[in-house]
Design a protein around this ligand. Structure first.
Ligand SMILES: [Zn+2]
Length: 160
């Protein structure tokens, strides 16, 4: 490739230190693939790195920007991958939850569902009441999801 980005003395704002430990699908010292939560990223609302396209999709209000990864997928976040930036899948990154055993994944899902309706995430606490600032419909929708998540967890615990 040629152009100003490769000219001597030009320093791209996206240049970074050696992140080669994050490259590809190589597992880390624990035998796991790296996770997105511990990987630096850039967001599509930021200016794109050289050579990366942005597309916009309409939303109820305004529009949402997406990076277009080399694989053709739209991505909100790009991660350092070799010499360039790529989406989570191309970089071989997992979500942390993907590395949990199924029971722990159900626990995490149930805790997150409670946090969304103003709970503490402690599943032994009473089920959270609707926060005064939360729209009733929204609460009912999220509470139904939280109840479903807890039922899945109970079912899994009762069979093991
Ligand atoms: Zn990709």
């Amino acid at each position: 490739m040629t152009g100003p980005r490769n000219s001597p003395g030009h320093r791209s704002p996206y240049q970074r230190r050696d992140n080669s430990n994050l490259r590809g699908r190589r597992p880390n010292a624990l035998g796991r693939r790296p996770v997105v939560e511990q990987t630096p990223s850039i967001r599509a609302s930021d200016p794109p790195p050289p050579g990366v396209q942005i597309v916009w999709t309409r939303q109820r209000q305004g529009a949402h920007p997406w990076f277009v990864c080399g694989c053709g997928r739209k991505a909100t976040l790009l991660y350092p991958c070799g010499a360039s930036w790529a989406c989570r899948r191309c970089c071989g990154l997992d979500f942390r939850s993907q590395q949990l055993v199924p029971r722990d994944r159900l626990i995490l899902a149930a805790q997150k569902a409670r946090l969304r309706i103003g709970g503490t995430g402690n599943l032994l606490d009473p089920f959270p009441l609707r926060p005064a600032t939360m729209n009733r419909e929204k609460y009912e929708r999220l509470a139904a999801k939280a109840i479903a998540a807890e039922q899945r967890l109970k079912a899994a615990l009762s069979t093991s």
